[in-house]
Ligand binder design. Structure first.
Ligand code: FES
Length: 165
């Protein structure tokens, strides 16, 4: 028996497929993009459902999806961290900032922490070049990001999450 969540995925998938009559392999990327837009990530169940609909093996879909950096396979964390890697931020050391975040949170790009608090993504210019290097967490921009600043921010966010439990 399918769970309510699985049934919702199937319904959404049918709606999306409805836009691609005779959907075949060429519809795969747009379908995955739309599913990710709705759910924020692609779960195993979603990929399996897409495979059934398009008559494609799951391994093939993973192969295609992992080739493109745009797809996520885990739900976003409560705090979604976006590190800008645009030119202005790059010049101001965003590669180092990204490394610092990975070390502090023990998290790789595209992953979500085990406790579900943090997820990490690399993005192109987010239109705040004057604040470079800039990190965005949910809707908040953090200017001239550095390891020490971000460590304080992460601590505060953890506390905030604990107090909301
Ligand atoms: S390059 Fe980072 S905000 Fe523009």
């Amino acid at each position: 028996m399918e769970s309510a969540a699985e049934m919702a995925v199937v319904t959404d998938l049918q709606d999306i497929l409805g836009k691609y009559p005779n959907a075949g392999r060429d519809a795969l990327i747009p379908i995955l993009q739309e599913l990710q837009e709705v759910y924020g990530y692609l779960s195993r169940d979603m990929i399996a459902s897409v495979g059934e609909c398009l008559h494609l093996p799951v391994s093939k879909i993973y192969g295609v999806a992992t080739f493109y950096n745009q797809f996520r396979f885990a739900a976003l964390g409560k705090y979604h961290i976006q590190v800008c890697r645009g030119t202005a931020c790059h010049v101001k050391g965003s590669a180092g900032v990204l490394d610092d975040i990975r070390q502090i949170l023990k998290l790789n790009v595209g992953e979500t922490s085990q406790d579900g608090l943090f997820s990490l993504e690399v993005v192109a210019c987010i239109g705040a070049c004057g604040l470079a290097p800039v990190v965005k967490i949910n809707d908040e921009f953090y200017a001239e990001a550095s390891a020490s600043k971000l460590e304080r921010v992460f601590k505060t966010l953890r506390k905030e999450a604990e107090s909301n439990e």
